[in-house]
Design a protein around this ligand. Structure first.
Ligand SMILES: Cc1cc2nc3c(=O)[nH]c(=O)nc-3n(C[C@H](O)[C@H](O)[C@H](O)COP(=O)(O)O)c2cc1C
Length: 158
């Protein structure tokens, strides 16, 4: 399977999940890990929650050759970061693609996954699975365990 893992991370937790996913897919699959970057990196509280079309650093990887696209975000104010919302809104070629979503947060993910799923459904993409990892501490091997099952489920999906 040819998999794209695209994520934004401010303080490293979401990146840890992205890298754990890369490992979990293991041999026999090709995983491209792509860090979404805004053109102008701000402090988290300086982004406006309503911002939906932030300029992002280009190029964004073309989705053409990927069988599965996994998108990850930290939760900010019970919502996905405006950076990941902007990424999904700018994404070309999502129609008919299989997506999976993941979020990291301390406790309360709110409407994060639902908001990202809604953007993808308006683009004609299918969200086949989602994962939310909650932790108030730095993510360790124990907290990252569900990533393994997530990858296994995705590999089994038709
Ligand atoms: C501005 C801001 C808002 C946040 N809002 C929430 C929230 O609503 N619910 C929650 O559980 N965690 C919230 N968090 C915690 C982050 O979601 C959590 O630490 C996340 O794993 C950080 O990911 P990162 O290290 O990849 O940036 C917030 C963090 C920041 C900086």
């Amino acid at each position: 399977m040819n998999v794209l893992v695209a994520y934004y991370s401010k303080t490293g937790a979401t990146e840890k999940v992205a890298l754990a996913l890369e490992k979990a897919f293991g041999e026999g699959n090709t995983v491209t890990v792509f860090r979404i970057r805004p053109e102008h990196e701000l402090k988290a509280h300086e982004y406006r929650k309503s911002e939906k079309d932030l300029p992002l650093q280009k190029p964004l990887p073309s989705l053409k050759d990927f069988d599965l696209v996994i998108v990850g975000t930290p939760v900010w104010g019970f919502c996905p970061t405006p950076i990941v919302v902007s990424y999904l809104r700018q994404l070309q070629g999502a129609k008919g693609k299989r997506f999976a979503l993941f979020a990291t947060c301390t406790a309360l993910p709110g409407t994060t996954i639902m908001r990202l799923s809604n953007i993808l459904s308006t683009k004609g993409a299918t969200v086949v699975d989602t994962l939310t990892i909650r932790s108030i501490f730095e993510l360790d091997a124990e907290k990252l365990k569900p990533v393994q099952g997530f990858a296994q489920r995705l590999l089994k999906e038709p």
